[in-house]
Design a protein around this ligand. Structure first.
Ligand code: HEM
Length: 389
């Protein structure tokens, strides 16, 4: 990393979260916590100007060609800075046609394009690629609830990645190969871990702190002219690898295909490649279905099938938890109690909450193989396989 990148990184790990946290404490004691304009203006100005000095140094330096890791760190740091400017209402895409932060935009566009990612901070910056320095990882504030959220998210993502990796290695073996048993078992263990993590988040994360002091940093903002949606814990390929490998979601479905296309650039290039790879294979469910009519009664078929159905059940449980517990408790509940005039900024992806909830419901229904009249889920196929276990 160049001296300018290192100085920016040090600032992002020290003064930046300190100033954000000071602002959060000012907002949190207000009657209307969503009304942050005109509050803490001196701190906001310091945050903007100190960050700008670092951005300017990097922007002047240009692309130093120091490789992916260094570029990725710079993209994350300029992204965290721009997301904080958005959170503190120093910019708002609804009232501007282009970002007022021209150098930060140029830097983000340049670096993002050079590594093949959207020009904003991505989930990986705060999760699986959040490099700790002496135990301290990057964050917007030092609030315990923010660390709880980013740490459990990262653990959840790692668990899903382990499950996807285990299933992926079954493809060359074939579902009826007896040695696939260890891979099904590894995937089941990883999914149980993901379930435990979701339950822990539900039990321990403070609803108000999350909603008022953590979530606002995940709003959409403009980079240059274009508005980019916020990051969310779903921007990693593991979840979609699980969708496609199990066969519960299909890349041929128009809703699902759109989702894959939309999230591509929010993922690491290696995740993008893994996802493309999964789109080119027959799912495990389709492999079982192709054998079911003729071999449904045979032991070599039924034993791995039972392991596969268990995977589908565990994966469905993670989807139920996400929808009925996490989204409901930490987004829908507090949003319902919020002043109507602030509703526009609630979701990370930008659409109104009811539109977002419908999209999340559809994913939930795919992953739980729930029967639906309007879209084709795997409800009937999974019922048929379950009956053969
Ligand atoms: C407090 C905890 C969490 C809350 C409140 C939450 C809420 C949400 C919301 C509201 C979205 C839609 C994004 C948007 O606003 O536009 C979303 C997306 C997503 N989240 Fe979470 N989430 C939480 C934790 C997690 C965890 C731990 C995981 C798994 C590691 C996860 C996986 C996903 C995925 C995969 C998506 C993309 C849509 C999908 O494919 O289902 N989330 N989340």
């Amino acid at each position: 990393m160049s001296a300018a990148s290192q100085a920016f990184d040090r600032w992002i790990r020290s003064s930046f979260p300190q100033m954000n946290e000071e602002l959060e404490e000012l907002y949190y004691v207000r009657d209307d916590r969503a009304d942050v304009e005109g509050v803490g203006d001196a701190i906001k100005a310091a945050l903007r100007d100190e960050g700008h000095a670092h951005v300017l140094a990097l922007w002047r330096e240009g692309n130093t060609g120091e490789g992916f890791d260094s570029a990725f760190e710079v993209l994350g740091n300029v992204g965290l800075y721009m997301a904080a400017l958005r959170r503190h209402e120093l910019t708002n895409p609804a009232r501007e046609e282009r970002s007022p932060f021209r150098e930060a935009s140029s830097l983000a566009l340049h670096v993002g394009a050079s590594i093949g990612m959207a020009p904003r901070f991505a989930t990986a910056h705060l999760a699986t690629r959040n490099r700790a320095v002496r135990g301290v990882r990057k964050s917007f504030t030092f609030l315990p609830d923010e660390f709880l959220f980013i740490d459990e998210n990262a653990r959840g993502i790692l668990a899903m990645q382990r499950a996807a990796d285990a299933l992926f290695r079954i493809l060359p073996l074939g579902v009826t190969n007896p040695v696939a048993d260890v891979q099904f078992a590894a995937a089941a263990d990883a999914l149980r871990e993901a379930i435990a993590i979701n339950a822990r988040l539900f039990d321990t994360l403070d609803v108000d702190r999350f909603f008022w002091s953590v979530r606002p940093y995940y709003k959409p903002y403009r980079v240059g002219r274009q508005e980019y949606r916020g990051a969310n814990a779903g921007d990693f390929s593991g979840i979609n690898e699980l969708d496609l490998l199990t066969g519960l979601c299909r890349a041929s479905d128009p809703h699902y295909a759109q989702l894959l296309v939309d999230k591509m650039l929010f993922m690491l290039p290696e995740d993008q490649a893994r996802l493309r790879e999964c789109m080119r294979h027959t799912s495990l469910m389709d492999e079982f279905l192709a054998l079911a009519d003729v071999h449904g009664g045979e032991a070599w078929f039924r034993s791995p099938l039972a392991a596969f159905v268990e995977i589908c059940d565990l994966f469905a449980e993670t989807a139920r938890q996400h929808h009925a517990m996490l989204v409901e408790r930490f987004i829908v509940g507090p949003a319902a109690r919020m002043n109507e005039r602030h509703m526009a900024g609630v979701t990370a992806s930008g659409p109104p909450l009811d539109v977002l909830l419908r999209a999340l419901q559809l994913l939930h229904d795919f992953r739980t193989a729930a029967p639906r009249k309007d879209v084709e889920t795997r409800s009937i196929d999974l019922m048929r396989l379950r009956a053969l276990c």
